[in-house]
Design a protein around this ligand. Structure first.
Ligand code: SF4
Length: 312
């Protein structure tokens, strides 16, 4: 299935997710990625699946009364899908629901990517670094992407785009939370001119287990330096749309392979299906694994490639 949800999103309300790319296909390999390490790192665009098949999956799960946004995101960098512009246009034509794209913005230096993303209403983009060195250590981009080129792409896109840009800065302790790093980020943001800026921290199990959010004082300092940013450091709340799912196992595996579930969220889904014992059975059979991160227990599919804490 390429479409899932709607899932509760802190910024998009009830967001119906669409993933047009294979799991963990990305131009970055961010140390904090909640999907684990990148399996397939590339910058070349492809039609990974027939575009009609993706659209058909959206049709299956769409609930126009309960969907605030159709959001292209999911399993990596959606701009790697060559059909993204067509898919956005079809969604807007068929369902008249605003379309958002969650992107790492690294491919905006390519004209065809800018062209496709211009079809969206909101671009949720990312900028975690204001220098080449931090960029390489934190986002671990494909070797062919340089910091200046990535930034220039974002600046060019801003000039051509009439939709809204909501830019997120993910803070990681010891990587980009020093005054110098934060000032570099601020300078870059001033060039991009997004409508909104969000400061967030890793809340779900990261690709590298040593990744931690900065201490509260540094988060406050980040707000002072970056200025007028909204805080996105809390956990999301709300219910997951269970759409087409007819059994609890598939629902939990599908959702948590894209959006690691807090154990309490997974148990609430189990309750809805009135299937007590399913999660424990999947844990005992090693279909699911429990991962502790910041004293919260998450459930992940056992096959996820992560750091050494995968088997906890
Ligand atoms: S956080 Fe996003 S941009 Fe970074 S590796 Fe994961 S999917 Fe790619």
């Amino acid at each position: 299935m390429h479409a899932y949800g709607p899932v509760p999103s802190r910024r998009l309300g009830r967001s119906l997710g669409v993933s047009p790319i294979p799991l963990k296909t990305c131009s970055y390999n961010c140390i904090y990625c909640q999907l684990g390490r990148t399996h397939r790192q590339q910058i070349s665009r492809e039609s990974f699946y027939p575009r009609e098949e993706i659209l058909k999956d959206v049709q299956k799960v769409i609930d126009t009364s309960k969907t605030d946004y159709i959001t292209f995101a999911g399993d990596g960098e959606p701009a790697l899908c060559k059909d993204l512009g067509w898919l956005i246009r079809q969604c807007k034509k068929n369902w008249q629901i605003p379309v958002a794209v969650i992107t790492n913005a690294s491919l905006l230096f390519m004209k065809d990517v800018r062209q496709d993303l211009k079809e969206s209403d909101v671009l949720l983009s990312k900028l975690d670094a204001g220098s080449e060195d931090v960029f390489r250590r934190l986002n671990r981009p494909d070797n062919s992407i340089g910091f200046e080129e990535m930034l220039e792409g974002q600046v060019d896109f801003r000039q051509e785009y009439s939709g809204k840009i909501w830019l997120e800065v993910m803070l990681v302790a010891g990587l980009n939370d020093s005054d110098i790093s934060l000032m570099d980020i601020r300078k870059a943001i001033e060039l991009i001119k997004p409508e909104e800026i969000y400061i967030s921290v890793p809340t779900r199990p990261p690709a590298e287990p040593w990744v931690m959010p900065p201490v509260p004082e540094r988060i406050i300092r980040a707000h002072e330096i970056i200025g007028s940013a909204l805080d996105l450091t809390q956990y999301e709340s709300g219910e997951f749309g269970l759409g087409d799912f007819t059994d609890v196992r598939t629902a939990i595996i599908e959702i948590c392979s894209r959006h690691p579930l807090r154990e309490e969220q997974a148990r609430a889904i189990e309750k809805k299906f009135a299937k007590a014992g399913c999660i424990d059975e999947m844990l005992s059979k090693n279909i699911l694994v429990r991962v502790e991160y910041r004293n919260i227990s998450y459930l992940l599919p056992a096959g996820f490639v992560r750091g050494p804490h995968t088997g906890d």
